[in-house]
Each structure stands twice: as C-alpha cells, then as structure tokens.
Design a protein around this ligand. Structure first.
Ligand SMILES: *Cc1c(COP(=O)(O)O)cnc(C)c1O
Length: 424
C-alpha cells in the first residue's frame, strides 16, 4: 500500500545510513568515491553497476532527496541539480536536438519565459507560447519539430491553474511528452503524473525546502513515456558514442530519461547540487505537508480579508470560491489555492511602493515558498524593465502586489498588512 503524502514527506528516501547507521542522511561532503579495483571502476564508468564516481554526477545526500521527491510525485526516478532553472534546462536538453521546438504556456514564472524565449535561441531551439486555457491552442502550435509541451500546474503571478489532463491528452495525441513545473503546487496539493504528466520539474528552492536557505532543483520522470517509439529522441534511443554505443532506452528501460539526464547532460553541462543544499532540503521537506496546510489556510484567510478592504481593488486567488480558476483548483489542488497570490491596489503604482515600504513583518524580496511571509511589487522590481503595456500582458500591472503567505499566525499576518495599508 502506498503511504499517504504526509508520511512520505517524513519517511521516503531517507533510510538509515548503511555504513554508519546514522538515522539522518549525512552530508556526504566529498567530491569523489574510491574504487574497489580496476574492474569495479570499469563497471561504474560503463554504467553497468550502480555506485558513485564523482559529485558532479551523483552523491548519496542527493540520492536520498531524489528518492523522497520521486516517492512524493509518484515517479520512477529523479535527479537533483543545482537550481530549478538547471532542472528545466537539463530536462529540455535531454529531449531536444538543435532546431527542435517546444510549446509552452504563456503563463509561466518570469525566469522561465526568459530561459525559453531568449536563451533557447542560442541552442537553436524554438518555442511557441500559447494560451493553454484552451488545449486546442496547444494542438495547433505543435509541429513535427515539437519535442515537449511545458506548463506550470499552478502559475504565478497570475495564479493560473492548468487543466493538466486535457493538455496531456493533446500532447500525447501528437506523440510528445508533457513536462510540468510543479513548484508552486507541490506534490502535497497536486501530483501531475496522476493526470498524465511525463516529466515533473521543481525549483526545490521554494516550498520543498521551505526555509529560504538554499537553491536547488529536481527532475522527476514518470517512467511512462516511450522515448524510442517516434525516433524523435535520439539522445535516448540511439547509440551513444560517449558510452561505447550504449542505447539508453534499451539499457535502462523506464530509468532511461533520468540516467541520460545524469550521465550525459549533468556530466557534460555540470550544474551539480551542493550536498549541503540537499541536506537542508531534506530537512525542510519533512514538514512539507504540515507547512502547506498552514500556508494554504493562511493564504485563504488573507485573501478573504483583502477582498473586503476598502483600498483593495481586486484579489486573484484560486482558493476563493468566486475565482475564475476555482473549479480547476477543486479538480487539481484539492480545492486549495497554494500560498502565492496577487491583489490590486486602488492607488496603483504609488500605493504599491508605499505598501511594500511600510510592511514590518513581511519581507520585501524576490522569493516565494518561505516559512516567512514575503511581499513584492513586481512593477517596481522583477518586471521594472517592462512598459505599462508589457506589464499588463505579463499580468503584473502597476497596481499589482504579490504575496507568498508564510506560516506565522494569521492574526499577525493580517495585522502587518493592515498597518501598512493604513499608510497607503
Ligand atoms: C523559482 C522558480 C523557478 C526557478 O528556480 P530556481 O531554483 O530559482 O532556479 C522555476 N519555476 C518556478 C515556478 C519558480 O518559482
């Protein structure tokens, strides 16, 4: 029987250390691992026996984290890397050759819009951003060069909930995998693999770590997509010259994607996670389910309070019964809306600046998913290079404030915003 998510967050992946019997997974702060003999070394380098070689490619502290997140997401295997962005990048790199293409949601984390819209061009990768609220738009944008459809289960700053199952169907009908960034929802609210996602990526920097103390990312493979069938994924399904012609799909079955991402992509591109960061993330993750419960109840209470405040124009939070994404939140997020949402101030840009300048307990910074309550006014910070039209297109007009609601007592959260709003 599969254990519940609360139990997996505590127990999965973190066995008693086999050599020392340490109960908590140690920080394996080592670059390399000794070989028993020449045959052992050869077996490791040929990917014929499991084991450790060098911490650019594998590390036992990461392995515990990989096991925990794979269990929480219901995946076949996972790979931990240095950041959320390197996780996405390595996953794309494992799927795509030059001149390939992805179809992505137009509502994504700003950094992902940059990675896909700008840096992709240097690899000669193409991209089309579409409004995924109508899955037909995804179907229409898929070409014979498309190798991936990419969405976020819960996207900020617009607080958009995606219809994962409908989008997965469209992608699969075209022979293309669906990759889902599940950072904001976390596997506590949503497990995209249950709805047809093939690859799930996370910025573990956010809720999984939860304490704002390290940057990290992870790729999870559902293990269900057939990478050999179409011939469109040669990195996985054709002989690899750097491993004596090994064919990853033949040699590793449903572990092929993660093994290729590790033994080819991570080996050659190098965004390795610091063992210390894996340790901090493992520690943080033990309380993930508890934290998400409090994050969500606090966020809902704050959203309801803001809706009634005379200086607030609007609140967008999928946990609110009258929100346009509430029905999808019922289906995919257990009716919850997560911890991150936006609201608009009647006083516009000036009011936004006043509000973030006068909060006392909230931290004014560009992160989310911390135990602490965080606030940002995108138009004057993360999106300040955009003009008014650009801001509106990105769902961050001059009046927009984004909060990531922490796990403090709700009375103190409300009291801080109340006193700051009084000064607006
Ligand atoms: C933060 C974030 C990323 C990027 O992750 P890093 O760990 O900062 O590299 C990607 N997607 C989402 C949804 C994020 O919130």
């Amino acid at each position: 029987m599969t254990q519940k998510i609360d139990t997996l967050a505590v127990q999965a992946g973190t066995e008693v250390d086999p050599t020392t019997k340490a109960r908590i997974t140690p920080i394996y702060q080592t670059t390399s691992y000794a070989f028993d003999d020449v045959d052992h070394a050869a077996g490791l380098f040929n990917l014929e026996i499991p084991g450790n070689i060098y911490t650019r490619i594998m590390n036992p502290t990461w392995a515990a984290l990989e096991g925990k997140i794979a269990a929480l997401e219901g995946g076949a295997a996972a790979l931990a890397v240095a950041s959320g962005h390197s996780a996405q990048f390595l996953a794309f790199h494992t799927m795509m050759e030059a001149n390939c293409h992805i179809v992505a949601a137009n509502k994504l984390y700003g950094g992902s819009l940059n990675q896909i819209g700008h840096s992709f061009k240097k690899m000669s990768w193409g991209s089309t951003f579409v409004d995924t609220s109508n899955p037909d738009n995804v179907a229409a944008a898929i070409t014979e060069k498309t190798r991936c459809v990419f969405i976020e289960s819960l996207a900020n700053p617009g607080v958009v909930v995606q219809d994962i199952e409908a989008i997965a169907k469209v992608a699969h009908a075209a022979g293309v995998p669906l990759m889902v960034d599940n950072t904001l929802a976390t596997p506590v609210l949503c497990r995209p693999i249950e709805y047809g996602a093939d690859i799930v990526v996370h910025s573990v920097t956010k809720f999984l770590n939860g304490h704002g103390n390290s940057v990290g990312g992870v790729i999870v493979d559902a293990g269900t997509f057939d990478w050999a069938k179409s011939g469109n994924y040669p990195y996985l399904s054709e002989p690899n010259p750097s491993y004596h012609g090994k064919v990853f799909t033949e040699a590793f079955g449903n572990l092929a994607f993660i093994l290729a991402a590790r033994a080819l992509g991570l080996r050659d591109l190098g965004p390795a996670m610091a063992p210390m960061n894996a340790f901090l993330t493992l520690t943080g993750m033990e309380t993930l389910a508890l934290r998400m419960e409090r994050h969500c109840s606090n966020a809902l209470a704050l959203a309801q309070w803001l809706q009634k405040h005379p200086k607030i124009d609007w609140v967008r939070y999928a946990g609110l019964p009258d929100d346009e994404y509430h029905a999808l939140a019922q289906r995919y997020l257990g009716g919850k809306g997560g911890a991150v949402f936006t609201f608009g101030l009647k006083g516009g840009y000036e009011a936004g600046i006043k509000l973030v300048s006068n909060v006392e307990m909230f931290s004014h910074l560009a992160n989310l998913g911390d135990t602490r309550s965080l606030i940002i006014h995108p138009a004057s910070t993360t999106h300040r290079q955009l003009d008014e039209e650009g801001l509106r297109l990105a769902d961050v007009g001059p009046d927009v404030v984004r909060v990531s609601v922490g796990i403090e007592h709700i009375d103190d959260i409300i009291a801080d915003l109340a006193q700051a709003l009084d000064q607006v």
